[in-house]
Design a protein around this ligand. Structure first.
Ligand code: C5P
Length: 392
């Protein structure tokens, strides 16, 4: 995707450097346009280095126009993102003033336009600014944010530019609208709890964040989502049919009750592989120095789904501390999966209970690597890949 990024003169301009990095990591080709004021906050050289292309700053500059004129730049873009957009920038867009390169490009582009405002909270609240925003929305522009919080000027309130990761996520969703429209997806998430007695159980460090991010993103991409979740501290995602369970056995039963008609199953849960043979009715008393627990295997939920005659497109997860690729590919075959998403655990960053992760995804005769990013974005990337394979 070819993204034209416009940067106007606000302190949030420093965040746009991260925005360019995230967009290029998503595989976008990014060209940067800065206003004169923006160059006072951050050097064009930074953006030239990050985007690997010269930065456009002047409307009436023969050299820049020779390289790629403003009309060609406008035609080149698949998407025009302005972040940060100052109050002045919004006013110019709203009234069609075209006295510099950025505002001229706004008039010249025919692609979708996304605007991430950033300004002092009083400037944001000013009726003039609100009218400008409403006009831009009526004209079909998408406004992202602003977020509320403490501001560079010391004020507290709305006006902070939305964080780069959230902006990129919004762009991804808007540009894949409905890739899962009409699809039914069942997702398992979180750990399971295997009871030993009324107060003790065996569990693991899964937080459920990846499964919940998948459920939220799938819903936003148009899918009808059922989430079967083990015990977690996360709020149930909106518009998702969430079924809460505790043990591996309960998760198995819930999945089997809901699996008919599903197009896709994603097993993100860290299901206990073993469960105690006997659950004691009373608290186990402390006696010997050593004791033994007898465990038996749980039913493999994802493998059971993958063995159904009308099996959905089935995706498993593999969290490993060693031999990631080999173990993941082995699970792909052994469990008859269509795809497996593998990630390292026990590393400095990512994995269980972390807000970020990186994935190595394998399917028959193919693989794709998603570098470390937040779990929402990762979920979006994985779902886009699943949709692509499903349609293929
Ligand atoms: O074999 P292992 O537990 O490492 O496999 C991981 C994958 O299998 C995950 O997708 C997990 O959700 C799924 N699984 C399952 N039922 C089990 C054990 C694992 O669905 N009892």
């Amino acid at each position: 995707m070819r993204v034209l990024l416009g940067i106007s003169g606000g302190i949030a301009a420093y965040k746009s450097a991260e925005l360019v990095r995230l967009l290029t990591r998503q595989g976008c080709d990014v060209r940067v346009v800065m206003t004169e004021a923006a160059t006072q906050f951050i050097s064009p050289l930074t953006f030239q280095a990050l985007s690997a292309h010269p930065v456009h700053t002047q409307l009436l500059d023969a050299n820049q126009e020779n390289a790629m004129g403003h009309i060609n730049l406008a035609r080149w873009a698949d998407l025009f993102l302005i972040a940060p957009a100052t109050a002045n920038c919004l006013a110019k867009f709203s009234y069609g003033l075209a006295d510099d390169l950025l505002s001229t490009l706004y008039l010249a582009v025919e692609c979708p336009v996304f605007i991430a405002p950033a300004m002092n909270q009083a400037m944001w609240h000013k009726p003039t600014t609100q009218e400008n925003i409403n006009r831009l929305i009526r004209h079909g522009m998408t406004i992202i944010g602003p977020d509320a919080g403490s501001q560079a000027c010391g004020d507290i309130g709305p006006g902070r530019m939305t964080e780069p990761e959230a902006i990129v996520q919004k762009l991804c969703i808007q540009n894949n609208p409905g890739i899962l429209q009409g699809k039914k997806i069942l997702i398992t998430a979180g750990p399971t709890r295997e009871k030993l007695d009324p107060i003790r159980y065996i569990t693991n460090r899964s937080s459920g964040k990846m499964g919940y991010a998948l459920a939220e993103q799938a819903q936003q991409l148009g899918a009808q989502v059922t989430l079967i979740s083990g015990p977690v501290v996360l709020a149930a995602p909106e518009h998702v049919n969430t079924v809460l369970v505790e043990s591996a056995e309960e998760m198995y039963t819930a999945v089997m009750q809901h699996i008919a008609d599903q197009d896709i199953m994603i097993a993100a849960a860290a299901v206990a592989d073993y469960t105690p043979v006997n659950v004691k009715a009373e608290k186990i008393k402390t006696q010997n120095d050593q004791t033994e627990l007898q465990l038996h295997k749980t039913k493999d939920i994802v493998a059971s789904v993958a063995s159904l005659t009308n099996k959905p497109f089935t995706v498993g997860f593999a969290a490993e501390t060693e031999n990631l690729k080999q173990y993941a590919q082995d699970k792909l075959t052994r469990k008859n999966l269509d795809m497996i998403a593998a990630n390292w655990v026990g590393q400095k960053e990512g994995g269980f209970d972390s807000a970020v992760n990186a994935l190595q995804v394998y399917w028959q005769n193919g693989q794709k690597i998603f570098p470390m990013t937040n779990k929402s974005q990762l979920a979006n990337q994985l779902l886009a890949l699943i949709a692509e394979k499903l349609h293929a």
